[in-house]
Design a protein around this ligand. Structure first.
Ligand code: TNX
Length: 515
C-alpha cells in the first residue's frame, strides 16, 4: 500500500513536471530549433496565440511584399489548415502578423530582418522584401513540424535579430545526367527557400543531355535532349518552362544560375550538330557516366556563333546577374586551345550583360573583371583565381558534394571525394579551406548535387536531406556560433518537418532524431 502511494506520487510528479516543462519550453523562444541559427534570439516569456482567424498585414506599396504575404498565408494553410486574411496597410496594426519594410535598419543590410513577437502582434521588419521573406521562414519554424496535432498553437514571445554571413547561399541540381521535371525543380526550390538559400545553379547541359530549348539551334533539344544516363527518355525545358521556374524561384528570393558546360562535357551538343566537331562528324549520344572525353571544336568560328546564340537566348530569360560557363574537366582540350576559348566565351557572357562564373579550372585563363571561380577540387587553380582578382564560391567536393555517399552502405551516390556523413558535411569553415583567402573574396557557399546515380525526386531528397540545412547554415551563420554538438540537437527536431513535407530523408545515426 505504502509502495503504491509512493508510486502514484512519483507518477503525479512526473506528469506535473512534464506539463510545466513543456509549458515553459513553449513560452521560451530561445528553445526553438531554428536552422540556420539566427544572430540573436531573446525570449520575453509570454505567448502569442495563432488563431484561425488571423490577419496577415503587409505594408502597402512595397514591391513584391503582397506576394510574400500571400506565400506566408499559403504556408500557414499548409502547415496548420489556417486561412489567414491578407491585407495591405499604411499604419501599424495592433494584432495579427505585420510585414514591414520601412526605415532602413543599417545592421540588417539587404537580407536581414527583425521579428518582434508580442502577445497580440508579430511584426517582421526588414530593409527589403527578401528580408521579410527570411523573417517569415524563421517564424514558420516556431510552429511545430506536427502542428495539426497541437492545438491551439502558441508561439513564444521575444525578439529575433538576424542577417546572413554570406550573400550567396546556393545549391546545384544537375538536370543533365538525369532530367527532372519543372514540378521536381519547384520542390527543390521549396527546400532551398525554407532554409534561406538564395541561389539555384542549374547544370543544364552535359555529355548525356541538353536540357534547355535554344530557338536558333532546335536540334540541341530534339536530339541532345532525347536521352539521359542509363538510356531513359531524358527531356528538356522549353524557354517558357524555364521562365516559369525562374519566376517561382524569384518569388522565393532565389536566383537561377544557368550553366552551359563547355568546352568539355558537350557530347549532347556534339551529337546534335555535326558542325561543332572538328572532324565535322556528329557524335553518338552518350548514356554512360565517364567524364572528360568531349570537346567543342575551339578552332572553328561556328563554335563561337553557337556559344553566342546559346548565351544570348538564355541570358534574355534569366534575370539573375550570373551565367555559368562550366569549364571543368576538359581533358581532351589542349590548354593552348582551352585558354583562348574560355577568354572569348567570357567576353560573350559580358556582352550579353551577365557576370561570369566557372569551375576552378577557368583560372587557367584570365578571369574577366567581376568573374567568380567555383572551387570544387583544385586549390592551385583557386589560388590562381584569387591572384587574378576573381571571387570564389566555396563548393569543396570532399565536404559539400550532395552526391557523395553518407557511408559505404549508401545505395545511391558516388564516393570519389570520400564519404560525407552529416557531421562531416556540417563541420567546416568556408574561410579555412583556401590558404590566404579573405572573407571579402568569398562570394558564398554552394552544395552541388550531381545526378549520375540519382534518377527521381525521391532519390534527390535522400541525398539532399538531412545535409542541405547544414550547408544553408554554413552560408548563413557565423562560424563562431556553430558547433556540431549543438547543431545536431536542432537538426533532430527538423525530422518532423521533413516528415510533414513528405521528404524521403536519410535517418543518419549521427543525429538523435526526435520520435
Ligand atoms: C565531377 S565537379 C564533376 C562532374 C561529376 C561529379 C560527380 C565538377 C565540376 N565535375 O562532372 O558529375 O564530379 O561527383
Amino acid at each position: 500500500m505504502k509502495n503504491k502511494v509512493i508510486q502514484a506520487s512519483i507518477i503525479a510528479f512526473i506528469v506535473l513536471c512534464q506539463f510545466s516543462c513543456t509549458t515553459k519550453v513553449k513560452s521560451d523562444l530561445t528553445k526553438t530549433a531554428f536552422i540556420p541559427k539566427p544572430v540573436s534570439v531573446v525570449g520575453t516569456g509570454n505567448t502569442f496565440e495563432l488563431t484561425r482567424s488571423i490577419t496577415v498585414y503587409y505594408q502597402a506599396e512595397v514591391e513584391g511584399l503582397q506576394q510574400t504575404a500571400q506565400n506566408l498565408a499559403l504556408e500557414l494553410n499548409r502547415i496548420g489548415g489556417i486561412n489567414p486574411v491578407v491585407m495591405s496597410t499604411t499604419e501599424t496594426p495592433t494584432s495579427g502578423i505585420f510585414l514591414s519594410v520601412g526605415d532602413t535598419i543599417d545592421e540588417l543590410n539587404n537580407e536581414g530582418y527583425i521579428i518582434n513577437i508580442d502577445k497580440k502582434i508579430i511584426k517582421i521588419s526588414a530593409n527589403s522584401t527578401a528580408g521579410c521573406f527570411y523573417g517569415i521562414q524563421t517564424l514558420l519554424q516556431t510552429i511545430p513540424g506536427n502542428y495539426t496535432t497541437v492545438s491551439p498553437l502558441e508561439i513564444a514571445t521575444g525578439v529575433i535579430r538576424d542577417f546572413p554571413e554570406f550573400g550567396y547561399r546556393g545549391a546545384m541540381l544537375d538536370v543533365a545526367r538525369h532530367f527532372f521535371s519543372v514540378e521536381d525543380v519547384k520542390r527543390f526550390i521549396d527546400f532551398l527557400a525554407a532554409y534561406k538559400m538564395n541561389a539555384l545553379h542549374l547544370h543544364l547541359s552535359d555529355d548525356q543531355g541538353w536540357r534547355i530549348e535554344i530557338k536558333s539551334w532546335p536540334k540541341l533539344t530534339e536530339i541532345g535532349g532525347s536521352t539521359e544516363v542509363g538510356g531513359g527518355e531524358g527531356g528538356f525545358y522549353t524557354q517558357e518552362q524555364y521562365a516559369d521556374i525562374v519566376k517561382y524561384a524569384q518569388d522565393r528570393n532565389i536566383i537561377i544560375i544557368p550553366e552551359i558546360d563547355m568546352p568539355g562535357h558537350t557530347n549532347a551538343a556534339l551529337a546534335s550538330h555535326a558542325e561543332l566537331n572538328c572532324d565535322g562528324k556528329a557524335r553518338e549520344l552518350y548514356t554512360g557516366i565517364e567524364v572528360g572525353f568531349s570537346t567543342l571544336c575551339t578552332s572553328k568560328e561556328i563554335t563561337y556563333q553557337f556559344v553566342d546564340d546559346v548565351i544570348r537566348e538564355i541570358a534574355a530569360i534569366t534575370p539573375g546577374p550570373y551565367f555559368h560557363i562550366g569549364g571543368d574537366e576538359s581533358h581532351v582540350t589542349p590548354l593552348e586551345d582551352y585558354i583562348p576559348f574560355v577568354n572569348r566565351v567570357q567576353e560573350i557572357v559580358v556582352k550579353h550583360g551577365k557576370k561570369v562564373i566557372g569551375w576552378d579550372e577557368i583560372a587557367n585563363a584570365t578571369p574577366v573583371e567581376g568573374a567568380t571561380v567555383q572551387f570544387w577540387d583544385n586549390l592551385k587553380n583557386t589560388g590562381m583565381a584569387l591572384e587574378k582578382g576573381a571571387k570564389v564560391i566555396i563548393s569543396p567536393a570532399s565536404k559539400a558534394y550532395l552526391d557523395m555517399q553518407y557511408d559505404s552502405t549508401t545505395h545511391l551516390g558516388l564516393h570519389w571525394a570520400g564519404y560525407i556523413e552529416v557531421d562531416k558535411g556540417y563541420s567546416w569553415n568556408p574561410l579555412e579551406l583556401v590558404p590566404g583567402i579573405t572573407k571579402e573574396q568569398i562570394l558564398g557557399v554552394e552544395a552541388p548535387l550531381w545526378t549520375e546515380t540519382v534518377t527521381n525526386i525521391s532519390e534527390v531528397e535522400y541525398m539532399v536531406f538531412p545535409r542541405l540545412p547544414g550547408y544553408a547554415e554554413i552560408g548563413w551563420t557565423s562560424p563562431d556560433s556553430r558547433s556540431w554538438e549543438e547543431y545536431k540537437l536542432r537538426l533532430a527536431q527538423h525530422g518532423k518537418r521533413f516528415e510533414a513535407m513528405d521528404i524521403n530523408f536519410y535517418r543518419s545515426p549521427m543525429v538523435p532524431w526526435e520520435e
